[in-house]
Every structure is written in structure tokens, then in C-alpha cells.
Design a protein around this ligand. Structure first.
Ligand code: NAD
Length: 249
């Protein structure tokens, strides 16, 4: 299936590296002008912009912390000023602060909820303004299988990722009348810098739980996100798609 996003404007939060980078590359390869949001690492964001430009695509890097309302306001103003419209929002930015609940500090909980869930709220609300006027839009929220199953040591992260799923369904219902679709992707274990931090024993245990017998790639998550952003997915909203090698079934 050939996905054509030419003329569309997309924003990928945390798009400088990992899954967000792969999504940005895929959307740009399909013809979208992609805004790549980064919080601190301008160099990786600019590298992603350069990779897209090198492949004849269009991309722009924009700094903002998605957990801060003023930053998000500024981010969307910049996207609309430069891009002129917004068709696709991918809420990808996320962090982990893993530890067992008895040891979890308030700050570990708050920072994960603020970035992973409040960030999705702030960006989605900001995106709905132009999308409502356009009477079209695609919102893709990156959740996690951990939001479906829970995981010891990740109560904060699981709460945020499960929260994204409820948020996705509520927003999908609210916006369906405007032809704005809202879906979630729940990746399993994907090889990125986030998962590179895990030790060998944890990786071996996770591998045992994956029926397809291997970890996933960022490109495999990007393929699902790009499909959901396309016209081919016009009749799909309020859904959660696990891209996890069969971990959750
Ligand atoms: P990553 O750490 O490589 O990328 C996360 C990106 O988000 C980084 O570029 C980071 O700078 C950015 N970010 C963090 N806080 C931000 C903030 N406040 N504002 C703006 N940007 C911010 O991780 P990844 O593995 O590519 O993960 C991407 C998304 O996929 C995350 O939401 C993560 O929870 C989710 N996910 C990853 C996996 C996996 O196995 N890697 C599995 C399930 C879900």
C-alpha cells in the first residue's frame, strides 16, 4: 500500500531519536512536512531533520517541553506559523523513572505523569483547535503494552500509559463528529536508547515473553503510526494497536 501524505503537516513530539525519529522519517518519506519536537537535544533533532532533507523530505526542528503549558503554546504557534496547518499529531515523547513502588519518590511519579500523560493532554488540546477548524485530523498516541498489562517497577509509567488509553478513547468519542481520529499504539519491547539501559537478565526475561522471539524495531512501530495517519485509516478511531511481537494477546 502506498501512503501519500503530501500537503499534510505533522508534529512528532520527542521526534529526535528512537521511535519518534522513525515515525518522523516514515511520515516525511510519505510526503508530510514533519515538525520534530525536542526538549533538550537539539543536535539529534537537527540530525533527523538533515536525514529527512537528505531524502528530499521536509522537516523542521522545534524546541519545547511537552509537560509545560507555555512551551506547548509556543510549539503550536510555531508549527502553525511555519506549516500553516496541522493534520497529524504524534504524541510520542516519554520518559521512564523505574523503581519499585515502596521506593518511588513523589518526583519519580510526578515527572513521568507530567511528561507521559499531561504532555499528551496539553498537545492534544492544542492540536484540536486547528484540526476542529479544518474538520479533519489524525492523533496518534504512543502508549505501551505496560499500560495494558502493568509491570513491576513501573507503576508510574504504567499509570501514565494506561491513562493515555482512556484519554485516547474519550477524545476519539468527542472528536469523531469533526472527522478527527484518535488512536493509540502500544509498543512492546522496541530496540531504542530507552530499552538499551536495561540489563541482560531483564532483556532475557522479556525475550522469553515475546511469541515472535525477537525485540521490535522503531521502524515497525513507525509503520503502524504512518498507516493510522493516512487516509486508509479514516474509519478507525478510539483503538489501541499493540506492536509487540504477540506479547499481549
Ligand atoms: P527515547 O528515550 O529514545 O525517546 C523519547 C524521546 O522523548 C526523546 O527524544 C526525549 O528527548 C523526548 N522527551 C522526553 N521528555 C520530553 C519532554 N518533556 N518534552 C519533549 N520531548 C521529551 O524512547 P523511545 O523508546 O523512542 O520511546 C518513545 C515512546 O515510545 C515513549 O513514549 C515510550 O514510552 C514509548 N514506548 C517505548 C517502548 C520501547 O520498548 N522502546 C515500548 C513501549 C512504549
Amino acid at each position: 500500500m502506498k501512503i501519500d501524505l503530501s500537503g499534510r503537516v505533522a508534529l512528532v513530539t520527542g521526534g529526535g531519536r528512537g521511535i519518534g525519529r522513525a515515525i518522523a522519517l516514515e511520515l516525511a518519506a510519505s510526503g508530510a512536512h514533519v515538525f520534530i519536537n525536542y526538549v533538550g537535544n537539539q543536535a539529534t533533532a537537527e540530525q533527523t531533520v538533515a536525514a529527512i532533507a537528505g531524502a528530499e523530505g521536509r522537516a523542521t526542528a522545534v524546541q519545547a517541553d511537552v509537560s509545560i503549558a507555555e512551551d506547548v503554546d509556543r510549539l503550536f504557534k510555531q508549527v502553525l506559523a511555519i506549516g500553516g496547518r496541522l493534520d497529524i499529531l504524534v504524541n510520542n515523547a516519554g520518559i521512564t523513572r523505574d523503581t519499585l513502588l515502596l521506593r518511588m519518590k513523589d518526583e519519580d511519579f510526578d515527572s513521568v505523569l507530567n511528561t507521559n500523560l499531561r504532555g499528551v493532554f496539553l498537545c492534544t488540546r492544542a492540536a484540536l483547535r486547528p484540526m476542529t477548524k479544518q474538520r479533519s485530523g489524525r492523533i496518534i498516541n504512543i502508549s505501551s503494552v505496560v499500560g495494558l498489562t502493568g509491570n513491576a517497577g513501573q507503576a508510574n509509567y504504567a499509570a501514565a500509559k494506561a491513562g493515555i488509553i482512556g484519554f485516547t478513547k474519550a477524545t476519539a468519542r468527542e472528536m469523531a463528529g469533526r472527522s478527527i481520529t484518535v488512536n493509540a499504539v502500544a509498543p512492546g519491547f522496541i530496540e531504542t536508547e530507552m530499552t538499551a539501559a536495561l540489563n541482560e537478565a531483564t532483556r532475557a526475561t522479556v525475550l522469553d515473553s515475546i511469541p515472535l522471539g525477537r525485540f521490535g524495531s522503531a521502524a515497525e512501530v513507525a509503520a503502524m503510526a504512518c498507516f493510522l495517519a493516512s487516509d486508509a485509516a479514516a474509519y478507525i478511531t478510539g483503538q489501541v494497536f499493540a506492536v509487540d511481537g504477540g506479547m499481549v494477546m
